[in-house]
Design a protein around this ligand. Sequence first.
Ligand code: SAH
Length: 219
Amino acid sequence: MSKTPSEHEGEDRARLILALREQGVTDLKVLGAIEKTPRELFTPDLFKDRSWEDSALPIACGQTISQPYIVGLMSQALTLDRRSRVLEIGTGSGYQAAILSRLSRLVYTVERYRTLMKDAEDRFRKLELTNIITKFGDGGEGWAEQAPFDRIMVTAAAPEEPTRLLAQLKPDGVLVAPVGKGPVQQLIRYAGDGAGGFLKETLCDVRFVPLLDGVAREL
Ligand code: SAH
């Protein structure tokens, strides 16, 4: 008997979770959050059937929804718990924020395209993710009124060390960001040493769209 579309999707989901585990995303809470977040809600119509593939996909405004493996890796590297207040820079589709919302207390997310922000807000409402607070603005500046944060995740490539964002982190906080100017950047984890310094660890090479200055003039 042939399988229904939802059976197919169930298999795709299971296959993705297994692939992430094999690649080193072993945190069960992170895997659980990915498994129960319908990625097809965050992908454009043209790519719906690829929603559970382990690949980045194009979204509106020339941006991308990250590859699930990278979402898993970055979420795991943040070492979140239910008390964490997290700042995300680059809401995009809202997928990463949705994952973070299931792993932390409050998620603050900033996006420089109004359209992306609005669409992401609709998705959060639909999924009843009430612990995500959105802002249209330049994420490079962080969110001073809400700082300091326990955790910060940057999902666009910072050309240099993100010092302004590091300044909005608690002394024992963790920040994960792609850093570099070229098409390939390094994913860096900064862990506060509690005394104003940071332990820096390079996780892997990644390809993110750049963190741009200011808000977008177009919608
Ligand atoms: N986290 C997203 C993927 C991010 S793609 C997701 O899960 O879908 C990177 C996003 O960062 C894009 O939407 C881009 O518009 C945004 N961005 C780039 N520079 C920014 C800035 N200075 N402030 C806020 N958002 C920015």
